[in-house]
Design a protein around this ligand. Structure first.
Ligand SMILES: [Mg+2]
Length: 247
């Protein structure tokens, strides 16, 4: 029996070390308009008990964000990071206020929190958009990360610098607590209740697509970042959101 337990322990330790040595998968989330909305506190439809006040501004985490981060963080090969062109103090304070269902803070499960000073300036032409002058590259910022096994989820995919890949965060609208068709003609507000629902539940879509990509990458020669990009192109259209969200 003792011998059996000892061999079992050895087998489990070996399995653990294999996981520890396996190349990581890095999932990097943008903050503004991806994981958090900016809130106008004078708009009654943006007042919510999940709102977070930081440095004089108010934010609202994307619906389901805590549960989705927790689920992704449980995959042994996955490292979750954040990269926002915002101030480091603001980014870190926001992530310290977001509590996951298991009681940990988003900040605690983050491998790295990258901020404004980590952006790479690629042009000094002030006529260009901010995302054309500054890029999110992970070179030298995420030890052990490779472009093949790293994906950025960002509402502005043009922030990513090749060969690093990004996929859209699938969000395009301002936060609305409930769908208000009186705002449907305004820019950055959904025109239908279905569009509002797709925006609200976008984090569930990330979870579904990322978990499929993680599983596929374990048995495929195709790189994780390519698998993720391909899945996003094939499945992130509204028709699929409809199938996922209306159960
Ligand atoms: Mg953004």
């Amino acid at each position: 029996m003792k011998l059996f337990l000892a061999s079992l322990f050895l087998a489990l330790s070996f399995q653990g070390s294999v996981y520890a040595q396996a190349a990581p998968i890095d999932i990097v989330f943008d903050i503004d308009w991806t994981t958090f909305y900016s809130i106008d506190t004078t708009s009654p439809n943006q007042i919510d008990n999940q709102n977070i006040a930081i440095e004089g501004k108010t934010y609202r985490p994307t619906e389901h964000l805590g549960e989705v981060l927790q689920a992704l963080s449980l995959h042994p090969e996955v490292r979750i990071s954040f990269f926002s062109g915002g101030e480091k103090s603001r980014n870190e304070a926001l992530l310290k206020k977001l509590i996951l269902p298991n009681g940990r803070r988003a900040f605690d499960i983050a491998y790295r929190v990258l901020s404004k000073e980590n952006l790479q300036q690629v042009s000094e032409d002030s006529n260009l958009k901010f995302s054309q002058r500054y890029k999110k590259s992970f070179e030298g910022l995420l030890p052990g990360a490779t472009p093949q096994r790293t994906i950025l989820i960002d509402d502005q995919v043009e922030f990513s610098k090749a060969p690093w890949k990004a996929v859209p965060s699938l969000g395009v609208f301002n936060y609305q607590k409930v769908f208000d068709n009186r705002q449907s003609a305004q820019q950055f507000y959904p025109s239908t209740e279905q569009a509002w629902l797709n925006e609200k539940d976008k984090a569930l879509m990330w979870k579904s697509l990322l978990e499929e990509a993680i599983v596929l990458s374990r048995k495929s020669d195709k790189p994780f970042s390519q698998i993720t990009s391909d899945l996003w192109s094939a499945k992130s259209q509204n028709s699929l959101c409809k199938n996922v969200f209306i159960l």
